[in-house]
Design a protein around this ligand. Structure first.
Ligand code: HEM
Length: 297
């Protein structure tokens, strides 16, 4: 039921005292926007994905380079993050993408650890789980929470399909698709829907959630599974679809990076489009819709 105003929970029609003083007529209603299941799976996802991202970076640190194809070609990685010594003898963090080198000292390749000492590692200690270098522990965290994430995702998808949440709230109508240009322009000007229009996700929100839930997260999980030797033995087709083990690792990394970009934009939009109302809706389910605003003055 999330995303559309299915249940009218409470109606507040009287202007509040400060509004009356200013002559405002702030009228509206609280709608029930997110079901308990959507809220619970959303926050469980946030915790699990944070753990998976940090433990994934720990695993990446053990061999901080990505390749395309079946085998790793150590001489020519698609991406690498290393510490290198310059001619003057100083160490620098160097990130190489498709043969182009960037100095990323302080962020990638070479960064300060908790004691303030320079540490030669792809991702900094604060970004990995555990913070110290340990491939074995990183893998334990990663694999355990990956299965929990899959379970949580399946619960979300199953209920989303059964109660039509995915269909009703996330699949845009033709009319909405035709208005995508206007919606994009409104987003660029940081103008957000109000009134009746705000009772459901806007078309850009719908498409981004849909792509996230039905495309990006499944690719992330499947590329991860393709790297599992046990699964490869049982079903080698998956690895073939991803174009080999190294390609699967690179796609897994790219999908995780896109997820991070999604989260940055998502949280930014939450913050600027009415942070308290948005947070209340994804925590309690209730979302305030202003139906009329005006002034007597
Ligand atoms: C791993 C990170 C996150 C992912 C993958 C994610 C994903 C999503 C998805 C798919 C929805 C739509 C849920 C549905 O209707 O079924 C959603 C809604 C929402 N999320 Fe997140 N989210 C993440 C992090 C966060 C964080 C950190 C915040 C808070 C700062 C947040 C706040 C919200 C809010 C307020 C909504 C409801 C938006 C609305 O009603 O218009 N999310 N999120």
């Amino acid at each position: 039921m999330s995303g559309s105003a299915q249940q009218l929970d409470q109606v507040r029609d009287a202007p509040t005292a400060p509004d009356q003083r200013r002559g405002d007529r702030r009228r509206g209603r609280l709608i029930y926007r997110h079901t308990a299941l959507v809220r619970a799976t959303h926050w469980i996802n946030v915790v699990f994905l944070t753990i998976l991202l940090m433990s994934g970076l720990q695993i990446f640190n053990a061999h901080p380079a990505l390749y395309w194809g079946e085998v790793s070609n150590f001489g020519d990685p698609a991406l690498s993050i290393t510490a290198q010594r310059t001619e003057g003898g100083a160490s620098r963090g160097i990130t190489t993408v498709a043969g182009h080198q960037f100095d990323t000292t302080g962020w990638l390749g070479l960064s300060k650890d908790a004691t303030g000492r320079s540490a030669a590692r792809a991702f900094a200690t604060w970004a990995t789980l555990p913070s110290w270098q340990s491939l074995a522990e990183g893998r334990l965290w990663h694999f355990f929470f990956a299965w929990l994430l899959v379970l949580n995702g399946l619960v979300y998808l199953l209920f989303g399909l059964l109660n039509l949440h995915l269909w009703r709230d996330m699949v845009p109508s033709r009319q909405e698709l035709r208005g995508i240009g206007r919606s994009a322009w409104d987003h660029l000007r940081l103008r957000f829907p109000t009134g009746e229009e705000a009772t459901r996700y806007n078309v850009i929100q719908k498409l981004s959630y849909l792509v996230l839930v039905l495309v990006l997260l499944p690719i992330l999980v499947l590329a991860g599974l393709a790297m599992s030797p046990r699964l490869d033995a049982a079903s080698p087709e998956l690895l073939t679809i991803f174009g080999g083990r190294q390609s699967a690792r690179t796609i897994h990394f790219i999908a995780a990076s896109m997820l991070v970009i999604f989260v940055i934009v998502h949280v930014f939009m939450v913050l600027i489009s009415g942070v308290w109302n948005n947070m209340r809706s994804i925590i309690t389910g209730r979302y305030w819709i202003e139906t009329r605003a005006g002034t007597d003055a």
